[in-house]
Design a protein around this ligand. Structure first.
Ligand SMILES: Nc1nc2c(ncn2[C@@H]2O[C@H](COP(=O)(O)OP(=O)(O)OP(=O)(O)O)[C@@H](O)[C@H]2O)c(=O)[nH]1
Length: 175
């Protein structure tokens, strides 16, 4: 059995920072883990990238070639990933052993949880490959103490539950 952690949460909530800190911590305690970039728009990484969705498709290419904007382009990229779960993702996952630990740094756009089933199907795919999946939902603590920003955050959180419920366990983390 493999182990997978999906790092999700609104844009700018600290997902990549969390992944980088987790990687450094594992290095210190001499444990091996692999971080996967699932954001087709990400460019700079503070951690070694084990698998990268941009090897399959990048937002920059989609925007240039199809004339889509950033949000439509992101949805297109993620739907392309969904179409390639049994090809690209399956081949990439073959490189990892049974007890490997993968951490997926996900994009933050809420549309990926409300409009398309790609992340739900992604979790289902991991589970079908015998991965024990959990999700970590990150939220900036500052938005929780402001009356105007808290309700939208609760809505985002509820929307992401559709994905999270497919995972075996779930952690809530405030930055
Ligand atoms: N003060 C503080 N800043 C943080 C913390 N975590 C992240 N940041 C900062 O917040 C900004 C956004 O962090 P990222 O890790 O890029 O957030 P993200 O969720 O990956 O962002 P997207 O990929 O754009 O969705 C960066 O400038 C970080 O340095 C934290 O715990 N405290």
């Amino acid at each position: 059995m493999g182990y997978a952690q999906l790092v999700i949460g609104p844009a700018g909530s600290g997902k990549s920072t969390y992944c980088s800190s987790l990687y450094r911590h594992c290095e210190t305690v001499r444990r091996t883990m692999h971080i996967v970039n699932l954001d087709p728009a990400a460019e700079n990484f503070d951690y070694p990238v084990a698998m990268d969705i941009r090897e399959l498709i990048s937002l920059e290419d989609v925007m240039e070639e199809l004339g889509l904007g950033p949000n439509g382009g992101l949805i297109y990229c993620m739907e392309h990933l969904e179409d390639n779960l049994d090809d690209w993702l399956a081949e990439e996952l073959d490189n990892y052993l049974d007890d490997d630990y993968l951490v997926f740094d996900c994009p933050g756009q809420i549309e990926l949880f409300t409009h398309v089933p790609v992340l739900r199907n992604f979790v289902d795919h991991l589970k079908s490959r015998n991965f024990n999946v959990c999700a970590v939902y990150l939220l900036d603590s500052q938005v929780c103490i402001r009356f105007r920003t808290l309700p939208p955050c609760i809505v985002c959180f509820c929307c992401t539950l559709t994905v999270v419920q497919r995972a075996y366990s779930f952690l809530f983390h405030m930055n």
